[in-house]
Design a protein around this ligand. Structure first.
Ligand code: GTP
Length: 252
């Protein structure tokens, strides 16, 4: 781990250091804004401003972005497509989102690099772990494109894996919902939000924080996950500062 989030006692109050290095998982849908498909220009610009703000606050920021706003591997297989082919298309969708996000961050004055799990070197650098870490050390925002580069793995799993590899302090899962609920809050008005959860609870109750592969990887490697609403401005900065936003999934 990099400098972990240690507790320090200030007077009688226990304050938490902000995370020093985070892996932010963004669902592709976040880029759609209020549209039904693709990338909304205002949404991605706003997001870029926030990402730069977070990185400028002193946090090493690496990002894994999904591709569901462009292509969903699961809907490909549902329509009869071979799973591996559909997943490769999903990886290319994450590549498109990564390039768009890189462009948006640069237009807002940020420094950013895209690293791809698939060899597509005319478009992005290939994934080399030590190089990725070096980019972070040099203060660049880092975008990991193309998931893990393997079919049958989700971008959530890519986020967990890369978080481990770069020795992040936490995975921040930015979604359209402000945490993990006992039931779907859209369909069930009585659903309650969890402030904290253990991995075991999340897995056994199938709470849908992340898929089981991604979750077990985080559990086995003591990597906390913060699920928060990335569509509300300011939440991301709070999440990296260790403030109580969304739901914190950890060991105990
Ligand atoms: P340092 O070597 O740490 O200074 O990093 P750097 O990324 O600034 O330097 P480099 O000269 O390696 O890269 C310059 C630009 O080329 C950056 O935008 C990189 O992302 C990009 N780049 C580097 N390698 C590749 C590659 O294999 N393919 C593509 N498409 N871009 C690359």
């Amino acid at each position: 781990m990099s400098t972990a989030a240690d507790d320090v006692v200030v007077g009688q109050q226990v304050k938490q250091h902000p995370y020093k290095r985070v892996l932010l998982k963004l669902s592709g849908e976040v880029l759609m804004g209020d549209t039904a498909f693709g990338i909304d220009a205002d949404t991605i610009s706003r997001l870029a401003v926030e990402l730069i703000e977070v990185q400028a606050s002193g946090v090493d920021l690496a990002i894994v972005i999904g591709g569901g706003n462009i292509f969903r591997g699961m809907s490909g297989t549902a329509s009869g497509m071979d799973r591996a082919s559909a997943d490769y298309m999903g990886m290319l969708a994450t590549m498109m989102n990564s390039i768009a996000l890189q462009d948006a961050i640069e237009r807002q004055g940020g420094t950013v690099r895209v690293i791809s799990a698939l060899h597509i070197k005319e478009i992005a650098e290939p994934y080399i772990r030590r190089r990725a870490v070096r980019h972070l050390e040099k203060g660049r925002i880092l975008i990991f494109a193309a998931g893990t580069g393997n079919p049958y793995f989700t971008t959530d799993t890519a986020a967990s894996l890369r978080a481990m590899e770069i020795q992040a302090d936490a995975v921040l899962k930015g979604t359209k919902v402000d945490g993990v609920y006992t039931a779907d809050p859209v369909r069930n008005p009585d659903a309650k939000k969890y402030e904290t959860l253990t991995f075991t609870e999340a897995l056994s109750k199938r709470l849908g924080v992340m898929d089981a592969t991604a979750m077990s990887l985080c559990r086995d490697n003591h990597m906390p996950i913060v699920v928060f609403d990335v569509t509300t401005p300011g939440q991301m900065l709070k999440a990296v500062s260790g403030e109580a936003v969304g739901t914190l999934v950890q060991e105990n």
